[in-house]
Design a protein around this ligand. Structure first.
Ligand code: PRP
Ligand code: MG
Length: 212
C-alpha cells in the first residue's frame, strides 16, 4: 500500500505546532530525535523533516506529496504550488521596517535605498508593482541586524510578536502580506495519495472547527 509523504519543518517556529496538529488528527509519529524521516503508526504516512526553504522544490519535484508550510514561503518560492487548507496557526506578517529614527513612512520612502531581506521575490514584486527602485541585500537570517551594522536602510522580514523589531530598534512601516501555516500538495501527487490527503483534510477541518 502506498504511503503519503508529508514534509514538516525540521526545526523552527512551525515545527511544534505542525506536529501538534498531526497528533490532534490522530497521527502518531515515532519521533527519533535525529531522524529526518519518521513513519506514522496508525496511518499510511511518512513525515520528512526538512528546511522550510527547501520544501517548495520538493513539492514541485514530487519528492514529497504534501507539506505543512508557511504560506509566506510559498509566496516567495512556490507560487505554482496549491494550498489545500489554511491551518490557522503560525500567523505572521512579512513587513518592511526601518530604524526608529528614520523618516521613512512606507516602502515608497525607500526609493534608491538598500533593503536587507530573506524574501527577495516577495519584495521585488512589491517594488515592481509600486514602481519603486531599491537595492536588495539578500541574507538568510538575523535580517533585523542589517540597519544597525550599516548594511541597509530598511529590512523586509517576518514579524510575529514584533519583539525582534523592537529589540533591534526598528519600526514596521508597511505590511506586504499576512501569512499562516497551510497544507499544500505536490502538482505531481498520485490519485491514491490524493485520497489520503483528502482523508487528512477531512480530519483537519474538524479539528480546526473545534479550535474556533
Ligand atoms: C524569525 C523572523 C524574524 C522573527 C520574527 O526569525 O526572521 O526575525 O522570527 O518574530 P518576532 O516578531 O516574534 O520577533 P528567527 O528567530 O526564526 O531567526 P532567523 O531570522 O535567524 O532565521
Ligand atoms: Mg529572524
Amino acid at each position: 500500500m502506498s504511503k503519503l509523504k508529508i514534509a514538516v519543518q525540521k526545526s523552527g517556529r512551525l515545527h511544534d505546532d505542525s506536529m501538534k496538529i498531526l497528533k490532534e488528527i490522530g497521527i502518531s509519529v515515532d519521533n527519533g530525535k535525529d531522524q529526518l524521516k519518521a513513519s506514522a503508526r496508525n496511518f499510511p504516512l511518512e513525515v520528512f523533516y526538512l528546511r522550510n526553504g527547501d520544501i517548495p522544490q520538493y513539492l514541485r519535484d514530487g519528492v514529497v506529496d504534501a507539506a505543512i508550510i508557511g504560506e509566506n514561503v510559498l509566496i516567495e518560492k512556490g507560487k505554482d504550488i496549491s494550498i489545500v487548507e489554511r491551518l490557522g496557526f503560525s500567523k505572521c506578517k512579512v513587513s518592511i521596517a526601518v530604524p526608529k529614527s528614520s523618516d521613512a513612512k512606507s516602502l515608497k520612502d525607500l526609493e534608491d535605498k538598500r533593503i536587507a531581506t530573506s524574501y527577495p521575490n516577495t519584495v521585488n514584486q512589491f517594488l515592481e508593482t509600486e514602481g519603486i527602485n531599491a537595492q536588495l541585500h539578500i541574507i538568510n537570517g538575523s535580517v533585523e541586524i542589517a540597519p544597525n551594522i550599516g548594511l541597509a536602510d530598511g529590512i523586509c522580514d517576518i514579524v510575529s510578536s514584533g519583539s525582534t523589531l523592537f529589540k533591534n530598534g526598528l519600526k514596521e512601516v508597511e505590511v506586504l502580506l499576512k501569512s499562516e501555516a497551510v497544507l499544500a500538495t505536490s502538482p505531481l501527487i498520485l490519485d491514491e495519495n490524493q485520497k489520503l490527503v483528502d482523508k487528512l483534510q477531512f480530519r483537519l477541518k474538524s479539528v480546526l472547527k473545534g479550535r474556533q
